[in-house]
Design a protein around this ligand. Structure first.
Ligand SMILES: [Zn+2]
Length: 255
């Protein structure tokens, strides 16, 4: 059976993961479909394992959220899921099917528009998210559906420089920030109000510096053990996801 990503949507209360059969407790989850259009639900770790990274054509936080999920979750030794996976005849076939190759390639993205929208529409709680040029680009995009050539060139140049210099402003790191923020917000939701201090401090660090250290991600993963007691599809996050990114000088200054 060949599955492909469909959308992120609200989950029914009895939703289970089609791959590992565990109940899914998140309010919203990943909806996938097979070749016949049959829909099913899956958790983030299984989605990444069985379907790979979704194409990032849409402004869809799901695809960005999966960028920061660790490839080999430590919870893989879960005694509940392993036997049922092995006994399921679909399991072996599914895990070997390269689902991404069965669909035609997507049209190329307008990477500049996507970047402008990420910075101006999605990173609303991040410090320094909107610069003067980005605001101009976004205003033009909203008004006309396009960005004028001069402004587009400025944004594209800034994107290219950020990528070359490996700064936190690069398009790749912007996606990681949005993905990571998603899981931190999810973690906060699954934590009682009086115990949220650590997660909220990590959230404000991420929004201030557009990155977290490996040690901070490790601490979040430890915290994740609490969350998995209630919400067992909460994933392990990649501890090296922000390794080697550079903070530009203007972001080093005290707020
Ligand atoms: Zn699963």
């Amino acid at each position: 059976m060949t599955w492909s990503y469909l959308r992120r949507d609200f989950l029914p209360s009895d939703a289970t993961c089609v791959f590992c059969h565990r109940p899914l407790h998140s309010e919203q989850g990943i909806v996938i479909a097979d070749g016949d259009g049959t829909e099913a639900f899956t958790g983030p770790s299984c989605a990444k394992k069985h379907l790979g990274q979704p194409e990032d054509r849409l402004l869809d936080v799901t695809s960005l959220a999966l960028l920061v999920v660790a490839d080999e979750p430590a919870a893989a030794a879960d005694p509940v899921s392993t036997p049922s996976q092995k006994s399921d005849p679909n399991y072996a076939a599914e895990s070997k099917t390269p689902t991404a190759t069965s669909r035609p390639p997507l049209p190329p993205l307008d990477a500049v528009v996507q970047y402008v929208r990420f910075r101006c529409e999605v990173m609303t709680d991040f410090k320094f998210a909107v610069s003067k040029t980005l605001k101009q680009a976004h205003d033009e995009y909203k008004a006309t559906g396009a960005i004028s050539e001069d402004v587009e060139k400025m944004v594209a140049g800034a994107m290219r420089n950020a990528t070359a210099d490996k700064t936190v402003l690069s398009p790749a790191n912007v996606k990681l920030c949005i993905g990571f923020e998603h899981w931190l917000k999810e973690a906060v939701q699954h934590t009682s109000v009086d115990r949220r201090e650590f997660l909220e401090s990590m959230l404000s660090t991420l929004r201030r510096y557009w990155s977290l250290s490996s040690g901070q991600v490790r601490a979040i993963n430890k915290w994740g053990e609490h969350i998995r007691k209630k919400n067992d599809d909460f994933p392990h996050l990649d501890e090296d996801v922000f390794a080697r990114v550079v903070l530009p000088d203007f972001m080093r200054r005290k707020p």
